[in-house]
Ligand binder design. Structure first.
Ligand code: SF4
Length: 166
């Protein structure tokens, strides 16, 4: 990546979840520690796919849950609730690897609690959209204040709820 702003997979995920959350995250306003959903996610991470070589960090930018043979990278999620965000997080990993010359990789989102997985591929049109998303992310995190809080279904389970609405 040719830019000085490091965009992580989590930032791409938050972009699709909530742009305000993305801003909080980038500005190091953290409230996730005590959140129940986060605790479940961590437990799942520790107990799933125990024999795999987990958390492959590339350039301190993307953190792949694990890679299996046949060049398939895996991202583990606990629910399909915000699947679009998960899909774009994985597409970002594929995009990032493609930029580094590795374009024979595909992705998979695993839902161990649901015993399901979804295949993710990076299409040509995704590359264009990804570039727009990355440019938008840079604009959002460069703002001095976050976007206005707009209530949505996920807000009630979000760690930042009090900060946004109370
Ligand atoms: S509470 Fe809602 S608006 Fe606030 S950061 Fe979370 S998801 Fe975004």
């Amino acid at each position: 990546m040719d830019d000085d702003i490091r965009i992580t997979g989590v930032m791409v995920y938050y972009y699709f979840v909530c742009k305000r959350k993305l801003w909080y995250f980038k500005h190091e306003i953290q409230m996730e520690q005590g959140n129940e959903a986060v605790k479940i996610g961590k437990l799942l991470d520790e107990t799933s796919y125990g024999r795999e070589n987990k958390h492959i960090n590339i350039d301190q930018t993307i953190n792949i849950d694990f890679i299996r043979e046949s060049n398939v990278l895996h991202e583990v999620k606990k629910s399909k609730k915000i699947e679009e965000a998960s899909v774009w997080q994985v597409k970002y990993y594929l995009y990032y690897l493609k930029k580094k010359g590795m374009d024979c990789v595909t992705g998979k989102i695993d839902y161990p609690l649901l015993k399901k997985s979804v295949t993710v591929e990076l299409q040509d049109e995704d590359v264009l959209k990804m570039e727009e998303v990355l440019s938008d992310i840079k604009q959002i995190i460069g703002q001095s204040l976050p976007d206005e809080a707009r209530r949505k279904n996920i807000c009630k389970s979000c760690a930042y709820f009090d900060l946004c609405f109370i």
